[in-house]
Design a protein around this ligand. Structure first.
Ligand code: DX5
Ligand code: ZN
Length: 222
């Protein structure tokens, strides 16, 4: 199933609950929460308190994307705050299998994220230990950047690998996703689409999500 996950990084944080409820009403499938620590990425957002606030605002699944060093220290807090899926970066984990096991232990879906410069081969050994792979399609840290076209090849490569290994997992793309490129990403094999600025900076969230779904409806996952 193809899912649209608005990233609240581009929402009005002063009206966070209202913004989350607006995208829920507009047809969002998940709420994507970007957690940044000022070390793994230069930017800082907020910690489990943000997930807790989002949890109170919606029943939709919360997709926590941890762009932080030593994520293993915080997995439990994010799970307890209400995250349904937790993405940890390959580049930030000293012991990735252990960190993924910790996510499962705390009842959340396991996801591994890779930066644009990280090859798909680096996560080959953990593909059977995750429910989702997050392919960054911009360099993490900021909303509103341009999609990096070469990342499409990585999505295709990952999709082929997942099929060859007969695994079932979600492929999420994150960064610069818009109505104009969502179809290409679906054709490459992605099925979860994070969109921050494309949704929250648009005049009508429901129209934007609908336009994205129209693009997706023509695409069969390759
Ligand atoms: C970037 C974040 C993204 C970001 C996407 O580091 O991981 O989730 O919010 O924003 P857009 O869709 O505007 O590129
Ligand atoms: Zn993200």
């Amino acid at each position: 199933m193809k899912k649209i996950a608005p990233s609240i990084l581009s929402a009005d944080f002063g009206r966070l609950a209202e913004e989350i409820q607006a995208v829920e009403k507009a047809g969002a499938d998940l709420i994507h929460l970007d957690i940044m620590d000022g070390h793994f990425v230069p930017n800082i957002t907020a910690g489990p308190i943000l997930v807790e606030a989002a949890r109170r605002a919606t029943k939709l699944p919360l997709d926590a994307h941890l762009m932080i060093e030593n994520p293993e220290k915080y997995v439990e807090a994010f799970a307890k705050a209400g995250a349904n899926s937790i993405s940890v970066h390959y580049e930030a984990c000293r012991d990735l299998p252990k960190t993924l096991a910790l996510i499962a232990k705390h009842g959340a879906r396991r996801a591994v994220a890779i930066n644009p410069d990280t090859p798909v081969s680096s996560i080959l050994s953990v593909l059977n230990q995750v429910e989702m792979v997050l392919v960054m399609t911009v360099h993490p840290g900021w909303a509103g950047q341009g999609f990096i076209p070469s990342c499409l090849e990585k999505v295709k490569e990952l999709n082929r690998l997942v099929k060859d290994l007969a695994l079932t997992l979600d492929i999420e793309v994150d960064g610069g996703i818009k109505t104009s490129n969502i179809g290409d990403n679906a054709a490459a094999g992605a099925n979860v689409f994070v969109a921050g600025s494309a949704i929250f900076k648009s005049a009508n969230y429901a129209e934007t999500i609908k336009a994205m779904r129209t693009e997706l409806s023509g695409q069969q996952i390759g």
